[in-house]
Design a binder for this molecule. Structure first.
Ligand code: DGL
Length: 265
C-alpha cells in the first residue's frame, strides 16, 4: 500500500478526460491534477517552451510527493516525456505510448490515423511509437486544431463539430483508416460527433488506455493504494469557465473545488 498521490498534468482541461478514466479504474488512488489553463494552449508553442512548462509542473508535483507522474497531454508527452524521464527518477508515463499500443492491438486494416495538435503532429511521436510497435503500418496524421476550440466552447454534439470532423477526416477515411487515435486529450469529448460522421472508425481514447497502463505500472512497482476512498485535488493556473464546466461534468459538485495555483520557473 502506498497512499502517496498520483500527479497528473495537462495544458488545461483536456487532461480531465484522463483523470476521470484513472479515477474510475483506480478509485483508491489519491490524485493531484494540475491544468495549466493560464498558459494554454501548448499545441501551438515551441518544443522548448512546452518542455520548460512541463519541467516546472513536474517540480511542483514532486514537491507534493507524488509517487508517479502521468502526462495527460499529448503535446507535453511528445515534447517532454523522454527529457523528464532522464531527469527524474519517479515513474513517468505519457499518453502517446498508451495510444500507440492500443492502436496496434486493435488494428483494422494496415493504416492507423492520428488527429492531434500541430505540435504533436510535427513531433512525429505517434508515427515513431506506432511504427516501433507494429512495423509496416502506415500512419496518417492530421492536425485538428479547431477541434480544441470546439471542445473549449462546449460544442460537443453540434453540426459545426460534425462538419469539422468531415473536413478533417474524409480524406484519411477514403484512404482506408478505420483505427483512429484521438491524439489530443480534448478529443474524447468529441467522440459522438466523430462517430456520427464515421461510424465504422474505431476511436482510440488515450485516457482509457493510459488508465490501464497506470494500473499495471502501479502493480508492477508495488505502489498501489487499494480501496475506493481516494481523494482528488484539482489545481489550475487560471480558473476559467471551461475548466469549471468540465469539472462539473466529470466530478459533479462532490469533492474539492478547483484551486488556483500559479506555477513559474
Ligand atoms: N491537451 C492538449 C493535448 O493533448 C491539447 C491542447 C493544447 O493545445 O494545449 O495535446
Amino acid at each position: 500500500m502506498d497512499d502517496r498521490p498520483l500527479g497528473i498534468f495537462d495544458s488545461g482541461i483536456g487532461g480531465l478526460t484522463v483523470c476521470k478514466e484513472i479515477r474510475d479504474l483506480l478509485p483508491g488512488e489519491n490524485i493531484i491534477y494540475f491544468g495549466d489553463t493560464a498558459r494554454f494552449p501548448y499545441g501551438t508553442r515551441s518544443i522548448d517552451t512546452v518542455v520548460r512548462y512541463s519541467r516546472e509542473i513536474t517540480e511542483y508535483l514532486l514537491s507534493r510527493n507524488v509517487k508517479m507522474l502521468v502526462i495527460a497531454c499529448n503535446t507535453a508527452s511528445a515534447a517532454a516525456l523522454d527529457i523528464l524521464r532522464a531527469e527524474y527518477s519517479l515513474p513517468i508515463i505519457g499518453v502517446i505510448d498508451a495510444g500507440a499500443r492500443a492502436s496496434c492491438d486493435r488494428l483494422k486494416g494496415n493504416k492507423v490515423g492520428v488527429i492531434a495538435t500541430r505540435a504533436t503532429v510535427n513531433s512525429g511521436s505517434y508515427v515513431k511509437a506506432v511504427k516501433s510497435l507494429c512495423p509496416g503500418i502506415e500512419v496518417l496524421q492530421r492536425h485538428a486544431t479547431i477541434f480544441v476550440s470546439l471542445t473549449e466552447e462546449g460544442w460537443l454534439d453540434d453540426e459545426i463539430t460534425r462538419m469539422t470532423a468531415r473536413r478533417y477526416l474524409k480524406e484519411i477515411h477514403e484512404q482506408g483508416v478505420r483505427t483512429l487515435i484521438l491524439g489530443c486529450t480534448h478529443f474524447p469529448l468529441l467522440k459522438k460527433a466523430i462517430l456520427d460522421e464515421f461510424p465504422d472508425i474505431d476511436l482510440i481514447d488515450t485516457g482509457v488506455e493510459i488508465a490501464r497502463e497506470v494500473r499495471a505500472l502501479l502493480k508492477e512497482k508495488n505502489l498501489e493504494n487499494e480501496g475506493t476512498a481516494g481523494h482528488i485535488e484539482l489545481y489550475a493556473s487560471d480558473i476559467t469557465d471551461t475548466i469549471q464546466r468540465l469539472k462539473l461534468m466529470f466530478f459533479g459538485r462532490d469533492g474539492s473545488e478547483i484551486q488556483k495555483l500559479e506555477i513559474s520557473g
